[in-house]
Design a protein around this ligand. Sequence first.
Ligand code: HEC
Length: 158
Amino acid sequence: MRKSLFLVGTLTAALAVGACNGADDRAAPGTDPATAPAAGSPGAPGAPAAAPVDPRLAAALPPGVTAQMVTEGQQLYATVCVACHGAAGTGTQLGPSLNDQNWIHISGEYDEIVNITATGVARPREYPAPMPPRGGGNFTDEQVRSIAAYVFSLSHRG
Ligand code: HEC
């Protein structure tokens, strides 16, 4: 299931890259220009050209999930979730890794990540203490969806 999603994403990305030869996709990787211009303003509307996103990741995102949500979610993740799940979802003694295919409660689908982020985990199975709803953060539903987009991206980078 997850494998096939990944394959579809890879294929789509290959097609997308092939279909637009010479597009700016190719200028971005490696250059990494000023990575976090919007660090202090997660809501900044209409901020042009978000940070470059791997085309394979962009193709693997579920319907309704945008690269901009991933970027915004990354900033929000760093305010709360990072304390237990670590930088880039590597995990800590307080919370499991989120950057691989090993899940405790879910199968890694985007909607599942949205739900468990919103509700938390009252009864952890492997870690010592519960995860509070929204990780204890004061996030709107929209922000939860962005955070989930970032979490999804951690295990779907190809
Ligand atoms: C206080 C520590 C803590 C914080 C803060 C926290 N979590 Fe968790 N998270 C946990 C624990 C504990 C579990 C469940 C582990 C278990 O069952 O043993 C969990 C589980 C999860 C899971 C399911 C993992 C799986 O393998 O099934 C996701 C997804 C998740 N957290 C995302 C988030 C996000 C996103 C945030 C920030 C909004 C967040 N968490 C904040 C501790 C935390």
